[in-house]
Design a binder for this molecule. Structure first.
Ligand code: ZN
Length: 475
C-alpha cells in the first residue's frame, strides 16, 4: 500500500484478497524483523544483560559508545566535519559525560544535512527508509539498517511484551489503513494469518460500528492487544457506557505511540479487566522507556545513552527534555539527538520500589502532547491532570491558541453539569493563575490527526522567549 495506485487496487479488492495482501505485507515485515540471525542473538543478549551488574552495564555502554563514535567519525561526513571544526578526536568521547563536548543534534540539522549524515560504510541495499509521522511539523526521512531493525524488534519482544509469546493471537489498533475509508459495512478489520494478527481499523469507529468491534473482540481469542491508547480507549469507554462485557479478556494491553492519559488507562483496565503496559520510543531510536509494575517508566540502558536536561522543578517532580544517543543505527547515527519530547522525573529519593536504580519517570509528554505556556512564560506540563477520576467526561482535549488562550474541548457523559465546569476552572487556575483566558467547547467527537493519532494537549502558542521555542513545541 505504498503508493496511490496500489492503494486504489487494494481498496477495490474483495475482503478475502485484502486479507491475502495484508498477510503478504506481514510476511515481508516478519522477514525484515525476525528473519535473520541477529534477532535471535539480540534476544539472547537482552536476556543476559538483565543480570548485568551496574559495572558490567556501564562497561557495555562505554564500549558501545566508543564503537558508535569511531564509526561515525570514520564513515559519516557530517561527523568528520563536526569533530574537525570542534578540534575533537574520537578519543575525546569515551564516557557518556564526554558527549557534552558535542552539540545537541536538532531535527532541522538532520534535515538540512541529509545524505551527509549517511555512513559510507553501509551498503545502499541494506538501507531501510523510515520517516517520522509528521503529525506536528514536517516529517523527517532517514535510514535504518537491517541489523538496527532486528535489534529494535528484539527490544520489543525482550522488554515490551511481558507475559505473552510470539505465537499468541493478538489484535492491533494503529494507523495502518487496512479497511477502505469509504467502506461503511463490516468487517472493519483484516487478518494477517502468518502472525496471528487481526488489524482493526481505527478510522471506522463510531456509534453504529462499535458494537461490532466489541463483539469481534469478545468472540476472538486474542491474548493481547497492542496499539494507540486513544483507539483502545474509544472501545473501552463505549463498553462502560453501554454496560458491555468482553467474554475473552486479553491478559495485557500494550500501548505506545501516543501519550497515555490517566483516564484512558483507567477505562481500558476497567472495561477489559486487564492491565495496561505502556512504553515509549521514537522512530529516531533515541530512547526506550518501559513501564514497571509500579507504573514508573525506566530507561533501557542497552538501547541508548539518554540525557535528561531539566527545564524546571516543582515540588518533587522535574520536567526535563530528552536527548538520546542510540547504539542501534549505524546507517545514520544520531548523536545527542533532541527528541523534542519531555518527561517528568521523580526527584529526591530516586529509587523505584521495583529496584531499578535509575530515574523513575512518572509521565511522558510526547511530541503529540504539547506543553502549555502561561502569559508569564511558565511552562505547564501536567495540564491534563485537571481531569479527575470520576468526572463525567468521555474524552477531552486542551488547545492553546495562538493568542495564548485555552480551549477545553469536551465530550460529555451524563451527569456533566455547570459544577463540573467550575471544578475544571478551579483546577486550571491552580496551575495557570487567572491571566489565561479559558473557554469550553462541547462536541460529540474530537478529531484525530492525519495519522489517526489522538493528542490530549495541543499548543499553537509561540512565546517570544527563545529558550522556550527550542525547548519543546512541535519537535
Ligand atoms: Zn520501577
Amino acid at each position: 500500500m505504498e503508493n496511490s495506485v496500489t492503494r486504489r487496487v487494494y481498496d477495490k479488492a474483495p475482503v478475502w484478497l485484502q486479507n491475502v495482501a495484508v498477510g503478504l505485507a506481514g510476511l515481508k515485515m516478519y522477514q525484515q524483523r525476525y528473519g535473520n540471525a541477529i534477532f535471535k542473538e539480540a534476544i539472547e543478549f537482552l536476556e543476559q544483560s538483565l543480570k548485568f551488574s551496574k559495572t558490567e552495564m556501564d562497561e557495555y555502554r562505554e564500549e558501545q559508545l566508543q564503537i558508535l563514535i569511531q564509526h561515525s567519525y570514520d564513515t559519516v561526513p557530517y561527523y568528520k566535519e563536526l569533530f574537525s571544526n570542534a578540534g575533537l578526536s574520537p578519543d575525546d568521547i569515551k564516557h557518556s559525560e564526554d558527549l557534552k563536548l558535542l552539540p545537541v543534534l536538532m531535527k532541522e540539522t538532520v534535515r538540512v544535512n541529509g545524505e551527509k549524515m549517511l555512513s559510507c560504510d553501509v551498503q545502499r541495499r541494506d538501507l531501510i527508509s523510515v520517516h517520522t509521522s509528521g503529525t506536528t511539523g514536517k516529517p523527517l526521512s532517514f535510514w535504518w539498517t537491517k541489523e538496527g531493525v532486528a535489534w529494535e524488534f528484539a527490544f520489543v519482544w525482550a522488554r515490551r511484551r511481558e507475559g505473552v509469546s510470539f505465537d499468541d493471537p493478538f489484535a492491533t489498533f494503529n494507523s495502518r489503513m487496512v479497511v477502505p475509508i469509504n467502506q461503511d459495512k463490516p468487517p472493519f478489520w483484516r487478518h494477517n494469518r502468518v502472525l496471528k494478527q487481526t488489524l482493526f481499523s481505527i478510522y471506522h469507529m463510531n456509534e453504529d460500528t462499535l458494537d461490532l468491534y466489541v463483539r469481534m473482540l469478545s468472540e476472538s481469542n486474542f491474548r493481547y492487544y497492542a496499539g494507540y491508547p486513544s483507539a483502545i480507549y474509544t472501545i473501552a469507554s463505549y463498553m462502560i457506557d453501554q454496560g458491555l462485557r468482553c467474554d475473552s479478556v486479553p491478559i495485557r494491553v500494550f500501548t505506545s505511540s501516543e501519550t497515555l492519559t490517566d483516564w484512558q488507562r483507567r477505562a481500558i483496565e476497567k472495561a477489559f479487566n486487564t492491565k495496561v503496559d505502556d512504553s515509549y520510543t521514537n522512530v529516531e531510536q533515541s530512547v526506550l522507556l518501559t513501564q514497571c509494575k509500579y507504573g514508573n517508566y525506566h530507561v533501557n540502558y542497552e538501547y541508548s545513552i539518554v540525557e535528561f536536561i531539566p527545564i524546571y522543578t516543582e515540588r518533587d517532580i522535574t520536567l526535563a527534555k530528552v536527548i538520546g544517543t542510540c547504539f542501534l543505527n549505524k546507517a545514520m547515527p544520531f548523536i545527542r539527538y533532541d527528541t523534542g519530547d519531555c518527561v517528568e522525573i521523580k526527584t529526591g529519593d530516586m529509587k523505584c520500589p521495583c529496584g531499578h536504580e535509575g530515574p523513575a519517570i512518572t509521565k511522558i509528554h510526547g511530541r503529540e502532547d504539547d506543553l502549555i505556556i502561561t502569559p508569564a512564560g511558565n511552562v505547564v506540563g501536567r495540564i491534563s491532570r485537571i481531569f479527575k477520576p470520576g468526572m463525567p467526561i468521555r474524552e477531552s482535549q486542551i488547545v492553546q491558541h495562538e493568542d495564548g488562550s485555552l480551549e477545553i474541548i469536551i465530550v460529555q457523559q451524563s451527569g456533566y453539569s455547570r459544577d463540573t465546569e467550575e471544578q475544571l476552572l478551579d483546577e486550571l487556575s491552580k496551575r495557570l493563575g487567572d491571566s489565561t483566558q479559558v473557554r469550553f467547547t462541547y462536541t460529540d467527537l474530537i478529531p484525530r490527526g492525519k495519522s489517526g493519532k489522538f493528542r490530549a494537549v495541543i499548543s499553537h502558542y509561540r512565546p517570544s522567549k527563545a529558550w522556550l521555542q527550542t525547548t519543546h513545541l512541535n519537535g
